[in-house]
Design a binder for this molecule. Structure first.
Ligand code: HXC
Length: 518
């Protein structure tokens, strides 16, 4: 009897499991494939180490009946949740299943996701969310709205404790956008979209016709809004990128990121660096050429590459250790800092600080972008974020002035006073309150006007100013620069500096909130 009973039990379980594997059913899976999209389970299979997935909540269903929901009960209720491994490291995952009611977000989905979030935070495990959803399940009314709140609060409590990565693989509409926006990184696959109000709502409210891609496709969020950090040409590429990004991060904020076996000699020195800075001070160059020559070969992963390209932020490795890079980009807007670059830089500094990634800053900046547009839109409070973030960060910080370090940008970009641990400069560094021409105009307007040959006198004064300030030696003289180094020495000097600082301990005063300008 007992055996017969347990045999029946097994059959029931197997039948339920088989049903759960089908999500919204075979027809819906075909439709998903026809749209060029993978199912939630196919995505998880690509993301996780083979055989590592441990599902939790596969059989949960809703118990509602409004608007015909009683005919639409699917095991799992439109999200697959659980734990798995990536390169042997534990991760928590949830993947929305568009085949079930368009992946719409429900009370049951929230219960499942929240459980994963709680377990992951308590055990110090990164959380990866794969998004493909039409937003709040309309039929559930306030239940699905409240459900979002449950997830948001957990996103916030996990923020800076465990890495959270959102991968957008289809529509991410309405309330669905805020959970990704609260996580550390948003990766968008080609064809995916994120928007608060969809094309239909926009049409009915404003009469404007706009496609989902024009409204919130990867191009929009990578270049204009800054909502997305990385994009990929396909779902599979987005999942590969997710794994790659994770490799630079620790499991949680109490650990250091893993060191990979270094494949690049510490003492490798690239002579090309000595000729990188153009002879003419206004000639641009691409700072990424310097980064590629200095850090471990092939290790650079740029974040937000198309947003505010006047600044570069990236993860890389140095002697196999994970580092965060902040750099001005002279190839774009002469590397001037503006509102968007300030947001990009300050956010990245805080991510590095949260996850124990040392920060290396490369400075070549003529200053903050002048003009009414920037002033009216609040470049003061945005620029202040960079200062705030550097001052607040307690991870090892090393800076290198490559060329211009003018005025506010010198101070803001990881100067010694920003609690920077080690400040280097190349011989091409120019550290001054402002550029030579405006400085001479402010200081010597009358003298130049009264000179027998004003133009000649102005040239003379400009040359004198350059002679005095356009070098790193005054800054080294007063201890603002610790060492002036030859460009080709940068790699070994950085490796040694970060080696010294590896055990750095620094604390901030206890407080409930630091009020970063926003
Ligand atoms: C219930 C939904 C749904 C939703 C889609 N579906 N979104 N069901 N609630 N929010 C269902 C559809 O009815 C359809 O079911 C199936 O999912 C597939 O959707 P399609 O429209 O056929 O797919 P597609 O053409 O690819 O369009 C996908 C889409 C579109 C762009 C996401 O469905 C859409 O615009 N949905 C609504 C988006 C939206 O405005 N969400 C905001 C909700 S308000 P059938 O059975 O017909 O195939 C919100 C506020 C929360 O989220 C705020 C919290 C802070």
């Amino acid at each position: 009897m007992g055996n017969a009973k347990s045999g029946e039990g097994l059959e029931t379980l197997r039948a339920l499991r088989a049903r759960a594997l089908l999500g919204g059913g075979e027809k819906r899976i075909e439709q998903q494939h026809a749209r060029g999209k993978l199912t939630a389970r196919e995505r998880l299979a690509l993301l996780l180490d083979e055989g590592s997935f441990q599902e939790v909540g596969a059989l949960a269903t809703h118990s509602l009946s409004d608007f015909g929901l009683d005919r639409q009960r699917y095991p799992g209720d439109g999200v697959v949740t659980g734990f798995g491994k990536i390169s042997g490291r534990r991760v928590a995952v949830f993947a929305q299943d568009f085949t079930v009611l368009g992946g719409s977000f429900s009370e049951v989905q929230a219960n499942k996701i929240c459980r994963i979030q709680d377990l992951a935070r308590e055990s110090g495990i990164p959380i990866i969310g794969l998004k493909d959803s039409g937003g709040a399940r309309i039929q559930e009314g306030v239940r699905s709205l409240a459900a979002y709140g449950e997830v948001f609060v957990r996103n916030v409590l996990a923020s800076g404790v465990v890495p959270q990565i959102s991968v957008i693989l289809g529509p991410c509409a309405g309330g669905a956008v805020y959970s990704p926006a609260l996580t550390d990184f948003v990766i968008m696959a080609a064809g995916s979209s994120m928007f608060l109000t969809g094309p239909d709502v926009i049409k009915s409210v404003t009469g404007e016709s706009v496609t989902a891609q024009d409204l919130g496709g990867p191009a929009v969020h990578m270049m204009r809004s800054g909502v997305a950090h990385l994009e990929a040409e396909s779902e599979a590429a987005a999942l590969r990128l997710t794994k790659h990004l994770l490799s630079y991060l620790p499991q949680n904020n109490s650990e250091d990121p893993p060191q990979v076996a270094p494949e690049d000699a510490v003492e490798r020195m690239d002579a090309a660096l000595d000729a990188l800075i153009p002879a003419s001070e206004n000639t641009p160059y691409d700072v990424r050429d310097a980064l590629a020559a200095i850090f471990d070969r092939g290790s650079l992963l740029e974040i937000h590459p198309q947003y505010a390209p006047n600044a570069v932020v990236a993860f890389a490795r140095l002697d196999g250790y994970s580092v965060g890079i902040v750099a001005n980009q002279p190839a774009y807007m002469a590397g001037a800092l503006d509102i968007d670059a300030s947001d990009k830089i300050s956010r990245f500094i805080r991510i590095c600080d949260a996850y124990n990634v040392p920060i290396v800053t490369f400075v070549d900046c003529p200053g903050f972008l002048p003009g009414t547009d920037q002033e009216y839109r609040g470049v003061i409070r945005h620029g202040a974020k960079i200062i705030y973030a550097y001052c607040e960060a307690t991870v090892p910080k090393v800076s290198i002035v490559l060329r211009k370090a003018m005025g506010g940008s010198y101070v803001a970009m990881s100067s010694r006073q920003m609690r920077t641990d080690m400040a280097f400069a190349w011989p091409t560094a120019q550290i001054a309150v402002m550029g030579a021409e405006p400085a001479v105009r402010v200081l010597y307007r009358d003298e130049v006007a009264q000179a027998a040959d004003p133009a000649a006198r102005e040239r003379e004064l400009i040359a004198e100013y350059r002679e005095k300030f356009f070098n790193p030696y005054r800054a080294a003289d007063v201890g603002q620069i610790d060492e002036v180094i030859e460009p080709h020495e940068t790699r070994p000097r950085l490796v040694r500096a970060l080696e010294i600082l590896r055990t750095k301990v620094q604390q901030n005063p206890p407080r409930k909130q630091g009020l970063i300008p926003t």
